[in-house]
Write a protein that binds this ligand. Structure first.
Ligand code: FAD
Length: 158
C-alpha cells in the first residue's frame, strides 16, 4: 500500500500474461519502460531513486521511500550440463515419451524442450505422468501405460 507507485521496467515490452499487463496499466500508476534503477540515495533512509533511460541515457531522480526489487530468476541446469544430454537453448531435448537422448533418462517440466512446448503447471503435471508411465515400461515391459497407479508404485520406499 502506497500513496504512489512507479513501475520501472528494463524493456519496452512486458512478457507477462496480457491480461495481467492490462490490469497493471488500468491501475493508473506511473510505468517507466526502457528504464532501470541505477542508484539509491538517502541519509538515514531511502529518499531518492536514480532512474536511467536505457535508450536516451537520460538520468533523473524520483523521491521514494521503498524499493521493491522484482528481478526474476535464473534457470540453470547446473551439473546436468555435464551428463551428455542433448540440450536446446539451455533446456533438455525430449521426445513425445519425455525420453532424453540418454537411455533410461526421462525428463518433465519447464526444463524440457520440444517443438510447441508451453511452460505451464498443468503441462508439467501431464509430462510427469507421461514420463513415469514410459519409464515404467522400460523398467518392466509388462507394465501397462495409462496407469495413475504407476505414479504411486514407482515412488521410492519411505
Ligand atoms: C512469473 C511466472 C508466472 C507464472 N505464471 C503461471 C501461471 O499463471 N500458470 C501456470 O500454469 N504457470 C505459470 N508459470 C509457469 C510455472 O511456474 C512453471 O511451468 C512450473 O513451475 C514448472 O514446474 P517445474 O516443476 O517444471 O519447475 P520449477 O517449478 O521451476 O521447479 C524446479 C525446482 O527444481 C529446483 N532445482 C533447480 N536446480 C536444482 C538442482 N540442481 N538440484 C535440486 N533442485 C534443483 C528449483 O529450485 C525448483 O524448486 C509462471 C512462471 C513464472 C516465472
Amino acid at each position: 500500500m502506497a500513496r504512489s507507485v512507479r513501475l520501472v521496467h528494463r524493456t519496452a515490452r512486458f512478457r507477462a500474461h496480457r491480461a495481467s499487463v492490462e490490469k497493471v496499466r488500468a491501475l493508473g500508476i506511473g510505468i517507466l519502460t526502457d528504464s532501470e534503477a541505477t542508484g539509491l540515495y538517502g541519509a538515514a533512509r531511502l529518499e531518492e531513486v536514480e532512474i536511467r533511460h536505457r535508450v536516451t541515457t537520460d538520468v533523473h531522480r524520483l523521491p521514494a521511500q521503498t524499493v521493491v526489487a522484482a528481478l526474476g530468476f535464473l534457470a540453470d541446469l547446473g551439473p546436468l550440463r555435464e551428463w551428455g544430454l542433448t540440450l536446446r537453448a539451455r533446456r533438455i531435448a525430449v521426445d513425445t515419451r519425455m525420453a532424453t537422448n540418454l537411455p533410461r533418462v526421462l525428463a518433465a517440466g519447464d526444463t524440457t524442450d520440444y517443438p510447441g512446448k508451453v511452460r505451464l503447471i498443468s503441462v508439467g503435471f501431464g509430462e510427469a505422468a507421461t514420463a513415469v508411465n514410459n519409464a515404467a515400461t522400460v523398467i518392466d515391459p509388462e507394465a501397462a501405460l495409462h496407469s495413475t497407479g504407476l505414479m504411486y508404485s514407482l515412488r521410492p520406499p519411505s
